[in-house]
Design a protein around this ligand. Structure first.
Ligand code: SAH
Ligand code: SF4
Length: 426
C-alpha cells in the first residue's frame, strides 16, 4: 500500500519539476512514507528523522516531510519530537503534497493535514515504475478493528473505488504494456460492500477478467471472515487471477481469535481453505501469524503450531506481537514476556521452514512459467522471476531475456525460500 502511495506521490512531485535522486545529500525534498503496524517500524523512522537533522542544517532550503501511517498516528506530536520536520501529511491527503510544499517555500513551516473525512478516494495517477507490474489500490481503510491492529485507526473506514474506475485504470495499464497488477486493500473481501448495491470482490474479479495484456492479477489481503464461496468461485474461473492466495489466520486458537476480534473459527477457516483448494487449481497458500498475543498460553501456542502442520502453508509471515498504543490489546493485562514471544516465533519459523521446503521440493523437475523481473537483489549475476504462485525462481543472467518476458523455467533445485532453474527458450 505504501509503495502504491509513494508512486502516486512521486507522480505529483514530478509534475511540478522534482526529479528523483539516489543521493540524499543533494536532495531538496525528503519525503518519508512510513509504517506504524509494529513498534520497531516507528522507532526506525524516528532514528532516520534524527539523522536528517544534519542535512537540514547544511541546506536551509531542504524540506522534510513525513507521510504514511505513522504521520497519521502521531500527527502534530511529530513536530514536538522533531521540530525540523516541515510537513506532516496524513494517509487521506497525499493529493495535497504540492500545496503543502508551496506553503513551506513561502516560509510557513509545520504544515499539517491529517483530516480523514473524505468519503470518496481521490483518483491519483502513479509514476511509471519502469517494470511490468503495477499496484492498484481498490479500496482504502479497514472496518475490522482487530484488537492488536493500528490500521483502522490510521487508514480510516473502508472506502472502495468504483468498479469502472478500476477497470479503466487496469485497461490503460494493459495498453501501456503492464502485464501484472496487484489489487490492494486491507481486506479485499469487503471490497464494494460500502456501495450497498450487491457489488463485491467477486464482481470486480469478473470485471477484470480478460483485459488485454494483463497476464496476472494478484490481490492482497484476503480475510477469512468476509471471503465467500461465490468470491472463491470467481477466483477459480478467472483466466488471469494468480494461483497465490494470502489468507492470514493470525492464530490457531479459537480463544485467541476471539480476543483478537477476528470473528471466525479455525474450523471455518479450514473449511474455507478446502473450498479454495478445490476451486483454485494448484493454489499456493500463505498466511500471517502473530506470536505472543496477550493471554496466549502454551496450549494456545501449540494449537497454532498444530495448525501450521495441518494446513501446510507454502509460507507463513510470522510476527512477534507488538503493543500499539490506542488499541485494546495494548492494555490487556496478561501480556506475554518478550523472551517467551521470541522463543515462540522461532519455533513457528522452524516448523514452517521445514514445511516450505517439503512443499517446494516436488517442484524440482517441473516447468513453471515465470515473468522475468531482473537481477537478484543478492547476486547481480543471477536473475529471477516469479511463478503465478509467487515462488521466486533464480537463474543465471541471460542477455537474450528481457525484463517482463514470460518464459518457462525448469526447476533444477528447490530450497526453502527460492528455487534455482534453467530457462527453456526457443
Ligand atoms: N489487513 C491485513 C493485514 C494488515 S497488517 C489482514 O487483516 O490480514 C499485516 C500483518 O501484520 C497482519 O496480518 C498481522 O499479522 C501483523 N500485525 C498487525 N498488527 C500487529 C501487531 N500489533 N503486532 C504484530 N503483528 C501485527
Ligand atoms: Fe488490521 Fe484486522 Fe483490519 Fe487487517 S483486518 S488491517 S489486521 S484491523
Amino acid at each position: 500500500m505504501n509503495t502504491a502511495d509513494s508512486e502516486r506521490l512521486s507522480h505529483q512531485l514530478e509534475s511540478v519539476g522534482y526529479t528523483p535522486t539516489e543521493d540524499v545529500e543533494i536532495a531538496d525534498l525528503i519525503l518519508l512514507n512510513t509504517c506504524a503496524v509494529r513498534e520497531n517500524a516507528e522507532t526506525k523512522v524516528y532514528g532516520r528523522i534524527g539523522e536528517l537533522m544534519r542535512l537540514k542544517r547544511k541546506n536551509k532550503n531542504l524540506i522534510l516531510a513525513v507521510t504514511g501511517c505513522m504521520a497519521q498516528k502521531n500527527q502534530a506530536e511529530m513536530f514536538k519530537r522533531a521540530p525540523h520536520i516541515d510537513i506532516v501529511l496524513g494517509t487521506h491527503n497525499i493529493q495535497h503534497i504540492n500545496e503543502m510544499i508551496e506553503e513551506v517555500q513561502r516560509g510557513h513551516t509545520h504544515q499539517i493535514n491529517v483530516d480523514m473525512d473524505n468519503s470518496v478516494l481521490p483518483e491519483l495517477e502513479a509514476k511509471p515504475n519502469g517494470t511490468f507490474y503495477a499496484w492498484v489500490p481498490i479500496m482504502n481503510g479497514c472496518n475490522k478493528f482487530c484488537t492488536y491492529c493500528i490500521v483502522p485507526h490510521v487508514r480510516g473506514r473502508e472506502i472502495s473505488r468504483p468498479v469502472e474506475a478500476i477497470v479503466k485504470e487496469v485497461t490503460e495499464l494493459g495498453a501501456k504494456g503492464f502485464k501484472e497488477i496487484t489489487l490492494l486493500g486491507q481486506n479485499v473481501n469487503s471490497y464494494g460492500l460500502d456501495f450497498k448495491d450487491g457489488t463485491d470482490f467477486g464482481t470486480l474479479v469478473d470485471a477484470l477478467d480478460g483485459i488485454p495484456g494483463i497476464e496476472r492479477i494478484r490481490y492482497m489481503t484476503s480475510h477469512p471472515q468476509d471471503m465467500t464461496k461465490s468470491m472463491i468461485d470467481a477466483l477459480g474461473r478467472s483466466s488471469n487471477i494468480v494461483t497465490h492466495l494470502h489468507l492470514p489466520i493470525q492464530s490457531g486458537s479459537n480463544r485467541i481469535l476471539k480476543k483478537m476480534n477476528r470473528h471466525y473459527t479455525v474450523e471455518h477457516y479450514k473449511e474455507l481453505l478446502s473450498y479454495c483448494r478445490e476451486k483454485i487449481k494448484d493454489v499456493v497458500v500463505t498466511t500471517d501469524i502473530i506470536a505472543g498475543f496477550p493471554g496466549e498460553t502454551e496450549e494456545d501456542f501449540l494449537a497454532t503450531l498444530q495448525l501450521l502442520k495441518d494446513v501446510r502453508y507454502d509460507m507463513a509471515y510470522t510476527f512477534i506481537y507488538s503493543k500499539r498504543s490506542g488499541t485494546p490489546a495494548a492494555t490487556m493485562d496478561d501480556q506475554v514476556p518478550e523472551e517467551v514471544k521470541r522463543v515462540r516465533l522461532q519455533t513457528l519459523m522452524d516448523v514452517q521452514n521445514e514445511i516450505s521446503y517439503e512443499l517446494n521440493k516436488p517442484m524440482e523437475g517441473q516447468v513453471f512459467d515465470i515473468i522475468v523481473e531482473g537481477p537478484s537483489p543478492r547476486d547481480e549475476d543471477m536473475w529471477f522471476g516469479r511463478t503465478s504462485g509467487n515462488k521466486m525462481v533464480l537463474f543465471p543472467k541471460d542477455d537474450s531475456l528481457s525484463i517482463g518476458e514470460t518464459v518457462p523455467a525448469y526447476i533444477d533445485k528447490a530450497q526453502t525460500w527460492v528455487c534455482y532453474g534453467t530457462i527453456q527458450k526457443g
